[in-house]
Design a protein around this ligand. Structure first.
Ligand SMILES: Cc1cc2nc3c(=O)[nH]c(=O)nc-3n(C[C@H](O)[C@H](O)[C@H](O)COP(=O)(O)OP(=O)(O)OC[C@H]3O[C@@H](n4cnc5c(N)ncnc54)[C@H](O)[C@@H]3O)c2cc1C
Length: 286
């Protein structure tokens, strides 16, 4: 097998074009190496993107934040741009695996690997993120939501160059809650991200996304619709959880994990909402 250490993005897209389905990008290798060891992948070349500077870092681009696809979780945790109202994305990064995994694993690899438990995805879905893809044919962008919901593929000759989202308003906050199997090295058993804006005690804007509650991470539109305009009280949140459970029941029908997830989601949803209210108002939610 050939291993190419990419020096520039242009070189990487040329290599992708050359190898097509016989080549594969490798960033941190935390998913790919395991798949290769398990003989799930048979290729001629690996194209290493882990040291390409233009694929790394979190940037403030006016109204938008841009995250290079080869940015590691440790780099995300250390970014001053992910403080305050973007704190949910930092929290999700902090809870990935172990320090070793966070030092190597990247946000682009997390998305491209396509796991329903990918921790960075629910917060990015709440932010209506776009994936910016590149190939020798040029650049295009697809929404992260469509990537999952409409099963839009990243073509074999394409690389995710960056992830972009509009900065939330100063009075909106992004939160994240995850229930793993063990404290360390826990691949999410279940996660909830929420973007929240309040008008007094009422919900003005809400976006809810879940991890591991379906075939892929997804927006929980029914819960959003239920909560919009409602006052945040414990009873209302309990009702919202019932709405979420109904949606889960349909998606996860017959799965042995469903009874566990029905219980666990109560905690995760409440935790994320409570944290959001506390961050916005400085007081406990109820
Ligand atoms: C012990 C352990 C614990 C873990 N814990 C967690 C956890 O808590 N939460 C979690 O979400 N994940 C977890 N993971 C999974 C993994 O670490 C993450 O999914 C990580 O983000 C993958 O990134 P990577 O850079 O290592 O990807 P790689 O393994 O390098 O690549 C994964 C896939 O993405 C493709 N790819 C990589 N970069 C790009 C790009 N820029 N454009 C297009 N395709 C690309 C590769 O070709 C490959 O198919 C864990 C893994 C292990 C081994």
């Amino acid at each position: 097998m050939q291993v190419h250490k990419g020096q520039t993005l242009d070189e990487v897209v040329r290599l992708l074009d050359q190898y097509k389905d016989r080549g594969k990008l490798i960033a941190g290798g935390t998913d790919l190496i395991i798949a290769m060891r398990n003989k799930k992948i048979n290729i001629d070349a690996l194209i290493d993107i882990s040291t390409i500077a233009e694929l790394q870092g979190v940037r403030d681009v006016g109204e938008y934040i841009s995250i290079g696809a080869a940015t590691t979780f440790t780099q995300l945790m250390e970014s001053p741009l992910l403080e305050e109202n973007l704190y949910g994305l930092k929290k999700a990064s902090r809870q990935v695996g172990s320090p070793q995994i966070r030092n190597k694993g990247t946000i682009g690899g997390n998305i491209a690997n396509g796991s329903p438990a990918a921790d960075s995805v629910p917060p990015l879905l709440c932010l209506d993120s776009q994936l910016i893809l590149m190939s020798t044919r040029g650049e295009r962008s697809i929404s992260l939501k469509d990537y999952y919901e409409k099963d839009m593929k990243i073509e074999e000759d394409e690389i995710i160059r960056e992830i972009q989202f509009k900065k939330p308003k100063f009075n909106q906050v992004l939160t994240f809650s995850k229930l793993g199997l063990r404290k360390a090295l826990a691949i999410s058993r279940l996660s909830i991200a929420i973007l929240l804006e309040l008008d007094g005690d009422k919900v003005k804007t809400i976006r809810v996304a879940s991890g591991s509650l379906g075939r892929y991470p997804l927006r929980e539109y029914r819960v959003e619709e239920f909560l919009i305009g409602k006052e945040i009280r414990e009873e209302v949140i309990d009702e919202a959880i019932l709405v979420l459970k109904e949606a889960m029941d349909e998606r996860l029908k017959g799965r042995p994990t469903l009874p566990y997830k029905r219980r666990a989601v109560e905690w995760a949803f409440k935790d994320a909402i409570e944290e959001g209210v506390k961050r916005l108002k400085g007081v406990e939610a109820w």
